[in-house]
Design a binder for this molecule. Structure first.
Ligand code: ADP
Length: 369
């Protein structure tokens, strides 16, 4: 238990009796002797429940209840009104103003404790349901964001094919985007699974050089429209351990950013290089860069750095990249200088490294679970 309960009561002996009994029932208590003080305590200390007397000096309990329900801090805190007024009208007025329950003085402490527990439990269940709904909303936004990217590719290349009559070339890109959109739909629950740390991403060896080339090819024509060149540097073919849908998604999100935040005529490098026990892939651009104070926040859900508003975005791409990398036991680093460009580096374990050290791999799988 140990939840904090605010007692709003100007009669010292009643307040003391409540504090004593709530303490015995393992609650922590806060006290306020006037309506104004109660509103301030709720604002600063967000109690789990408010026990609210009606007859108070200054603002009375009705006003306090109304003010709390209209404020951000107090709109969902459970309120039990506690008063000598026992008429039906008083009871109805309290409940109409948004109180959760009503107890008349003199009251039974056992009954009051039961009502307190019930109100707190109900609120906690409600909070859980709200968090779940928000999570689902995030998954939906993610899906819309990514499907929109695929639809842009499909729309763009089919228009070019019609315009230039070089269908064969563009059909390859359209097909790749359609396959990606399809796998996105197959993985619609991926994000919420990973967010809940419940999902285990099936891992497999991936030829990362080939996948980098494949993703670069999808973006090359779009980039050309702004005279941006995508250069792949990959000296030898390397196998990493990952989930191919997730790795493709990560590369697409980073390359899409490197192109859209780049300057007209800029370059993007995708560099695959071996490090001691793994493979690093760096995506480097010559774009606007990211201010140093924004870098720690760019992986947060819905975050967009100041100044990037004119460029379309949902602030979800990097959040998803980070979740997917964590789910695969990989890492991501960002370096940037405003006016010069940004580099995002992905770090994966080599496929053969995982096979040589099965314990290490098991540890990572356990972490995802
Ligand atoms: P989105 O691009 O949809 O806004 P992201 O999560 O992909 O969302 O990126 C978050 C923010 O990080 C972007 O809004 C932008 O401010 C910044 N950012 C990401 N990648 C780059 C980049 N390559 N160059 C400059 N800024 C970037």
């Amino acid at each position: 238990m140990h939840e904090r309960i605010l007692i709003v009561e100007d009669e010292q002996d009643v307040a003391e009796l409540l504090r004593y009994n709530l303490g015995k029932a393992k609650y922590r208590t806060l006290t306020a002797q006037s309506g104004e003080e109660a509103i301030e305590v709720v604002r600063c200390q967000t109690p789990a429940l408010v026990l609210l007397d009606i007859m108070l000096p200054g603002l009375d309990g009705w006003e306090v209840c109304r003010t709390l329900r209209e404020s951000n801090h107090g709109k969902s805190v459970p309120i039990i009104m506690l008063t000598a007024l026992s008429s039906e009208e008083a009871r109805i007025q309290g409940l109409t103003l948004g109180a959760d329950d009503y107890v008349s003085k003199p009251f039974s402490m056992r009954e009051l404790l039961l009502k307190i527990r019930k109100s707190i439990d109900r609120q906690q269940t409600l909070n859980m349901i709200m968090a779940k709904a928000q999570e689902q909303d995030t998954s939906l936004r993610y899906l819309v964001h990514e499907l929109k990217n695929s639809m842009n590719v499909i729309g763009g290349f089919s228009a070019l094919a019609l315009q230039k009559g070089e269908a064969q070339n563009y059909l390859r890109m359209i097909n790749a985007a359609a396959i990606h959109a399809d796998s996105l739909l197959d993985n619609a629950s991926l994000l919420s699974r990973i967010e809940n740390q419940r999902g285990l991403l099936p891992m497999e060896p991936i030829d990362i050089g080939a996948m980098v080339e494949e993703v670069a090819a999808v973006f090359r024509d779009t980039a050309k429209n702004r005279h941006i060149e995508i250069i792949v540097v990959n000296n030898k073919s390397s196998l990493i351990m990952g989930n191919s849908t997730a790795v493709r998604q990560v590369l697409m999100n980073l390359l899409s950013n490197a192109v859209k935040y780049n300057r007209f005529g800029g370059k993007v490098w995708m560099i695959v290089e071996g490090i001691h026990d793994g493979i690093n892939i760096s995506i480097m651009d010559e774009g606007c860069g990211i201010p140093s104070d924004a870098i720690p926040k760019i992986f947060d859900k819905f975050y967009r750095a100041d100044g990037t508003e004119p460029i379309k975005g949902a602030g979800l791409g990097l959040y998803i990249v980070k979740l997917l990398m964590e789910a695969m036991g990989g890492k991501i680093f960002a370096k940037s200088k405003t006016g010069v460009g940004s580099t995002f580096t992905l770090s994966f374990l080599k496929s053969n490294t995982c096979l040589e050290y099965p314990d290490k791999n098991e540890e990572k799988v356990a972490h995802i679970l």
